[in-house]
Design a protein around this ligand. Structure first.
Ligand SMILES: NC(=O)c1ccc[n+]([C@@H]2O[C@H](COP(=O)([O-])OP(=O)(O)OC[C@H]3O[C@@H](n4cnc5c(N)ncnc54)[C@H](O)[C@@H]3O)[C@@H](O)[C@H]2O)c1
Length: 322
């Protein structure tokens, strides 16, 4: 009865793996350590493995057998939007090829429970403020496409051979549940602003003339530990036979503007700064927040941590890594 966590050396996967272990679950991690950090594995059972490699099906099957794996949380993926525009073939082969190998191995070994890391990037540029799961997904980059196709692949396997799959569409993930598990990728607003401050630079705001309360873009920030907890709720949901849905937003249902996030960063760091306002970037919807009614009603999950605790935990983890 072991949970296989792919991508468990990554920022989110390491939180999921550690929370599972803390709640008494046996865990094995599969990760190629391409963006993952070995120190995050901290005594966990793990195998170094590229899920998209030609011999990956056999390797995954061996892990499943050796560890008596009964469910899988699949987080391993390439996630840089810009890179996915430059290298679409690689993104498809890594994210879709890797998932196809994983499902083939699961099918061969009779493992039927899967939680899949999807993303709000599947929605593209929705014209509503709070987007619900049944919104017509139109991703605007290859990264978002691979996430949507991953959902379809899981759905097709459910029909074909009885896979039980749940897709979690994460919104803006930030914070740290443990000080040694900081988000080191510098790809999202909070780590980017921290990196700017550490370099003695001023955090930037792209556009202050949107039709939002303070003119900056509004997003839904969810604490990574709350997100990890949603994976455990999803695993429980997969045990039920009365499942109605396979896709859930994971967010707080509350929007925070760029200026509000930067104000929290001033509080948490004690560094006073005046952000530099630059023109809008292409492809940024003014408002993108989660309608969280489905996950609340079906999984009984809701986020417990607010923006202040997201930012302060992220800063504490970054500061302790110095
Ligand atoms: N961070 C976010 O805000 C966010 C938002 C939405 C969705 N997601 C999704 O969450 C998942 C985890 O994201 P993260 O932020 O922790 O990223 P991350 O880069 O820190 O973690 C990804 C992990 O997967 C591993 N990996 C990647 N490709 C692999 C492959 N082919 N075989 C084996 N291992 C592989 C990497 O080494 C890394 O440890 C991804 O699927 C990502 O698309 C993240």
């Amino acid at each position: 009865m072991t949970v296989l966590v792919t991508g468990g050396a990554g920022y989110i996967g390491s939180h999921v793996a550690r929370l599972l272990a803390q709640r008494g679950e046996a865990v094995v991690i599969a990760d190629d350590l391409s963006t993952g950090i070995p120190s995050r594995l901290e005594g966990a059972e793990h195998a170094t493995l590229d899920l998209a490699a030609v011999d990956a099906v056999q390797s995954i099957r061996a892990i499943i057998r050796a560890h008596d794996v009964t469910s899988v949380i699949h987080l391993a993926a390439r996630k840089k939007v810009g890179e996915s525009v430059e290298l679409p073939e690689w993104y498809y082969s890594q994210n879709i090829g890797g998932m196809a190998n994983l499902l083939e191995a699961m099918k061969a070994e009779g493992v039927t429970r899967l939680v899949f890391s999807s993303s709000a990037a599947t929605y593209g540029m929705p014209d509503v403020d709070f987007v619900a799961e049944d919104f017509n997904c139109k991703p605007i980059n290859p990264y978002g496409e691979t996430k949507l196709i991953g959902e379809w692949l899981g759905r097709a396997a459910s029909k074909a051979w009885g896979l039980r799959a749940v897709n979690l569409r994460y919104f803006n993930v930030a914070g740290a549940g443990w000080d040694d598990l900081a988000d080191t990728a510098v790809a999202n607003l909070i780590p980017i602003a921290f990196a700017a401050l550490k370099a003695g630079e001023t955090p930037k705001v792209f556009g202050d003339d949107y039709a939002t309360a303070d003119g900056s873009c509004v997003r839904d920030y969810v604490h990574v530990l709350d997100l990890a907890d949603a994976h455990l709720a999803a695993l429980k949901y997969l045990e039920r036979d009365d499942r109605t849905f396979d896709t859930f937003n994971v967010g707080t249902g509350t929007g925070s503007s760029v200026f509000e996030v930067l104000a929290e960063i001033k509080n948490a760091t004690g560094i006073d700064f005046e952000p530099e306002v630059l023109p809008r970037r292409a492809g940024d919807p003014p408002y993108l927040c989660a309608d969280v009614s489905r996950i609340k009603n079906e999984l009984g999950w809701s986020a417990s941590q607010d923006l202040a605790s997201i930012v302060s935990s992220a800063w504490k983890a970054v500061a302790s890594a110095k």
